[in-house]
Design a protein around this ligand. Sequence first.
Ligand code: GLP
Length: 265
Amino acid sequence: MEIHIVADADAGAKVVADLFERTVRDAGDSGAVLGLATGSSPVPTYTELIRRHREEGLSFAACRAFLLDEYVGLPAGHEQSYHAFIRDNFISSIDIEDASVISPNGAASDPAAEAADYDRRIGEAGGVDLQILGIGSNGHIAFNEPGSSLASRTRVVGLTRSTIADNARYFDSPADVPVRAISQGLGTILEARRIVLTASGEGKAAAVAQLAEGAISARWPATVLQTHPAVTVVVDEAAASQLELADYYRHSRALESDIPLSTDR
Ligand code: GLP
């Protein structure tokens, strides 16, 4: 796991955008498969990638993308659906085909069948080349809440009270927050060839400390990322504030700055 402690969201966005740019350019005409996340954490990265598209000609035209998750019960057109979020915050402003950006259908009549089908479609696309993740304050990734099987596949999950409270800021009232979601499983996410997780703010500090330094456990689902050979974590000072080994991460990044990121860590 490679941990970058950065000064602010803009600095973090550049580190993450560099990984996306390299993935997209390396795939060339065959097209990278991108794993996209919602929530506020990836937005500065998306903004930076939009800038590179507009000002530097970075093209996503050959890419396909899969979202991590979707609320059950929200149709694609609902303004708080993740289908809408990723269009509003990223893909409408780049040159990827809209139909190439795929997410679980939260309005499916059989959400369990939709989840299984979604998992299968990711595999059929050849798997995800680069997956971006945020992290919940309780250590969830996508909507894999504490207690999730570390080998879980895409499925219907119930949201914890703390996640519903965290996400209520996007809705008119906490009662409007959906209580279930279709989420890629931890086992599904681990199949991505490279993963980058980004977090900022004090509220994420405990989860980030567990992610990097805690025992691997379903209590903190993000700890499963310790088993993946190519994970980059990009955090600001506040999110890094409970890391015991923060000084070492700073020091080792400086020593390794000339090692290409494609090297497994
Ligand atoms: C939601 C999403 C997660 C995201 C988390 C944190 O629960 N399902 O994918 O990581 O929120 O969101 P934020 O980045 O807004 O803190």
